[in-house]
Design a protein around this ligand. Sequence first.
Ligand SMILES: O=C(CO)COP(=O)(O)O
Ligand SMILES: O=C[C@H](O)COP(=O)(O)O
Ligand SMILES: [Zn+2]
Ligand SMILES: [Zn+2]
Length: 343
Amino acid sequence: MPLVNLRTVLDHAAANSYGVAAFNVNNMEQIQAIMEAANETESPVIVQASRGARSYSQDNYLRHLMLAAVELYPHIPVVMHQDHGNSPKTCISAMDNGFTSVMMDGSLLEDAKTPADYDYNVKVTKEVVALAHAKGVSVEGEIGTLGSLEHKEPSAAPKAAEPHDADLEQEPEPEGAMSHLTDPEEAERFVADTKVDALAVAIGTSHGAYKFTRKPDGDILAMNVIEEIHRRLPNTHLVMHGSSSVPQELQDEIRKYGGKMNQTWGVPVEEIQRGIKHGVRKINVDTDNRMAMTGAIRKVFSLTPEKFDPRDYLKPAREAMKKVCIDRMVAFGQAGHARKIKV
Ligand SMILES: O=C(CO)COP(=O)(O)O
Ligand SMILES: O=C[C@H](O)COP(=O)(O)O
Ligand SMILES: [Zn+2]
Ligand SMILES: [Zn+2]
């Protein structure tokens, strides 16, 4: 099966009430982890690459790795998606490189930092939709600004609690300082104005490990906003960004083998499952896989410091990521659907 577009997979997900994880990739081992997980669970796949990933891995390598994936697993529908395209130009270059789906994130200006106004967002998103739909490529748009509802300062990073925490490197906040929850009325207008295939909404999640300083409740994770958007847009595929769960055991593993990480909370899987009942079809997960790989590599380095063959740590890293992918594929309900999607 050739790469398929996002619309094909998400229409099937909507018709059968499940969600699909969209995993970020930067290299071969991550693509292999996802494909092995999909093969074992018979899951359709969304692989996504950020601008950073495209420049790290280079488009040519990435394209051929994705072609290898569909060649090896012809029964699995695979979407190759541009994550957070910052301009029509970025989305066009993704399409030129074989991506079957693009996100035009016009909630921010081209610098991917400054919040944009509604008219700018509609203008760039419409432009990408026209070009993409002419090629059979799907488009994800975004309305609202991702970010924490807990912190009003320009960072979602936790306060340094202990002296040694001061030098911890925190994830940058690519979405800008202030979270701006999606306004359901504006979301309705945006979909009518742009005709996007999928819509990313802001409900208090943020990228990276430091999302919440406690297990999130309705005050800091606004799942009710999803329900309202879904009520107004029952036929629009909703997307949750920043949806890693930041599992306690992965935090513990990293700490146990010498990593520095403040205690933090992510988006509980059961909240995502609630979202899936209300129109969430694409769930973006990157951080959990990063943590799983890092924990596994740290363990090898710590327990067997004499090893220096990269395969000795990349293999366990790939296994650890595969385990996270399987967990999410089962929890989101995509498992078992790969062969049912007709292209
Ligand atoms: O939203 C994401 C990519 O677009 C990833 O979110 P996480 O950092 O929660 O994994
Ligand atoms: O959008 C966020 C993803 O986690 C990708 O992150 P990145 O830009 O560091 O590749
Ligand atoms: Zn955004
Ligand atoms: Zn994102």
